[in-house]
Ligand binder design. Structure first.
Ligand code: ADP
Ligand code: MG
Length: 580
């Protein structure tokens, strides 16, 4: 239960504000997150770590010398938006590039990935580290595809220490991946957690049982078994993790391990120590030497009752970085040298970049784009309830809200950019950022990316022909397939997008009629979206409840086809203006 809440919608932001106020010597607020309150030394890579809120001290608690440089913090359990990741990165970056670190979750992969693309386009060297320590979430042979849990602590600690000791971005990236590859975690939970403002837990574990391998957002685990004694739980966790103990080798792993016993939110420290007592005996029995163990709350899950064990199979290099000094609000070790740290004087704010100059022709196109965004907004808002209902069947019910908020944000940002004189390309860039930020969720990231990609078809100088518009639709929709990585048949938007693109290309080639081609393609997309009723989801949040989704079409595919149909209608009413 969360007792102390102002407004549930702003809980994460309220908590972050208070956190920054409590730790001014370490952090200051940036857009959607925090950044060190001291400047990053010139040429030092910036380690930007993040994910959803609700996991404190992950991630904002680990900002300071020897660990992270900045942490974008999403809403509770949802990824920070690409623009938040971008702003925090821009604030922290000082000529040494950026390492983006996060647990391997779909929403984080999309939003951090999109921020990386934008930073790279601006000449910043960006590397991505996806922490994947949870052995319950995938086979050993595919370690890097697993999801990240408490291993975040050790991977970011070790990467931060490498950077503090002078590593450049190549070296820091190498060390971070090495730490991830040497780290294994395994957890159990006894009861679910309650989102701020919610009446009941997000999920339950049957009384007297424990869920083995349950994820930190309630992702299903391996199985449920009767709750054992503390010693039995210790044995279960240890035996699980040690199944993947590597061979010992000269110059490599030699039986020395870093250990984190992590409480998920409502397991008492005394309980953790009871479990750790048994673990310490078992490590000794097995001839393993534990190096600087951490027992406490490191990666939590609101008030979830549960714990996880993380083991890092150390070599000399990893051990040195694990033991190196760190000074952050939630993780301290020794005393890093802080004699020469200058106070930070500025953070990046979204929209602070000047709007590039645009020709009158391009500004006219930009105004038409805003009209199109307004149509998307009106259509999404009209169908909000319906999209939400579809998503509630096998997803989390937020697709209506995501589409409504995202399209509203895009239309508003687009209008603001036009008022400042933006051309077509710039308007779509601003609108795409805003869509991703306001919508949140997987589909928000993908729609945001689609708008940004569509913008690349235009420049801020030329006018637009119907052929340009078709190319923008093709490029934008293609970005969704490319970034989301879904295949037709996975039951996602892509099931509507692939036939939409085929039809649009063929129809426009034949008729050169923008409105009619888009209308036809939208109808084909609608038919394909309806046909997803018959299949089970294999991607996104719905894959968990894949079978339950049979009989209901994919919400993202339906919303895509409905929005494209609305665009076709707009094109029909505006064909005169759009003639080449
Ligand atoms: P979330 O799943 O984060 O709650 P939404 O509910 O807004 O986000 O959107 C759900 C929709 O996102 C799904 O119906 C599906 O069409 C789409 N989606 C999910 N994952 C992918 C993916 N990898 N590629 C393309 N579309 C996806
Ligand atoms: Mg959803």
């Amino acid at each position: 239960m969360t007792y102390l809440v102002n407004d549930p919608e702003h809980f994460a932001a309220d908590a972050l504000r208070g956190y920054a106020a409590a730790h001014p010597q370490h952090v200051m607020l940036a857009h959607g997150g925090v950044v060190r309150s001291t400047e990053t030394p010139q040429g030092q890579p910036a380690l930007v770590i993040g994910g959803g809120s609700g996991h404190y001290p992950a991630f904002a608690g680990w900002i300071g010398p020897g660990m992270g440089h900045g942490a974008p913090c999403g809403n509770i359990f949802s990824s920070p938006s690409a623009s938040q990741v971008y702003s925090v990165s821009r604030s922290a970056e000082n000529g040494g590039g950026v390492i983006l670190g996060f647990g391997n979750y779909a929403g984080d992969v999309l939003h951090f990935g999109q921020a990386a693309e934008k930073l790279r386009a601006e000449g910043v060297d960006v590397r991505i580290i996806r922490v994947s320590d949870d052995i319950a979430s995938g086979p050993a042979a595919e370690h890097r595809d697993r999801r990240g849990i408490a291993g975040d602590l050790v991977v970011f600690k070790i990467a931060g220490a490498a950077i503090e000791s002078g590593a450049d971005i190549d070296e820091a990236e190498r060390v971070a991946w090495k730490a991830n590859d040497a780290t294994r975690s395994f957890g159990v939970a006894f009861e679910g957690c309650t989102l701020p403002g919610a009446d009941g837990a997000l999920f339950h574990v049957p009384e007297g049982e424990m869920a083995i391998g349950l994820g930190i957002h309630g992702e299903p685990g391996i199985r449920e078994v009767p709750l054992g004694t503390a010693a039995e739980v210790a044995d279960l966790l240890l035996d699980g993790v040690l199944e993947e103990e590597p061979e010992r080798s000269a110059g490599g792993y030699q039986g020395r391990v870093a250990v984190v016993l992590n409480g998920l939110g409502s397991v008492k420290y005394e309980e953790l120590f009871t479990v750790y007592g048994r673990l310490a005996e078992r490590f000794a029995e097995k001839g393993l030497t534990v190096v600087a163990p951490e027992v406490g709350e490191h990666v939590t899950s609101l008030d979830m009752a549960g714990l996880s064990l993380t083991v890092v199979f150390l070599d000399d290099e990893l051990e040195e970085y694990w033991l190196a000094p760190a000074d952050t609000p939630a993780f301290r070790r020794g005393a890093p040298d802080s004699s020469a740290r200058a106070g930070r004087t500025r953070v990046h704010t979204p929209g602070e970049e000047a709007i590039p100059e645009a020709s009158p022709e391009s500004r006219e196109v930009a105004a038409s784009i805003v009209k199109a965004l307004e149509v998307l907004r009106a259509t999404a808002s009209e169908h909000q309830e319906y999209f939400g209902r579809l998503d509630a069947v096998a997803g989390d019910g937020d697709h209506g809200q995501g589409m409504a908020y995202g399209s509203r944000g895009a239309a508003e940002a687009g209008r603001a950019a036009v008022e400042k004189g933006a051309g077509a390309r710039t308007v779509l860039l601003h609108a795409g950022d805003a869509w991703a930020e306001e919508a949140g969720g997987t589909s928000g990231a993908l729609w945001g990316a689609a708008l940004i990609a569509a913008g690349s078809v235009f420049d801020d100088a030329e006018g637009a022909t119907p052929a340009h518009v078709v190319r923008a639709l093709m490029t934008g929709s293609d970005a969704i397939s490319r970034l989301g990585g879904a295949e037709p048949g996975d039951k996602t938007m892509v099931d509507a997008i692939v036939p939409f693109r085929e039809s649009l290309a063929a129809e426009f080639e034949a008729s050169a009629d923008l409105a009619a081609s888009t209308r036809k393609a939208a109808a084909v997309a609608r038919e394909a979206a309806d046909a997803t009723s018959g299949i089970a989801a294999r991607r996104g949040r719905s894959r968990v409840l894949g079978e339950k989704s049979v009989g209901t079409p994919d919400p993202g595919a339906i919303s895509f086809s409905i929005l494209m149909d609305a665009l076709a209608e707009l094109f029909g009413s505006a064909t005169v203006e759009n003639r080449p």
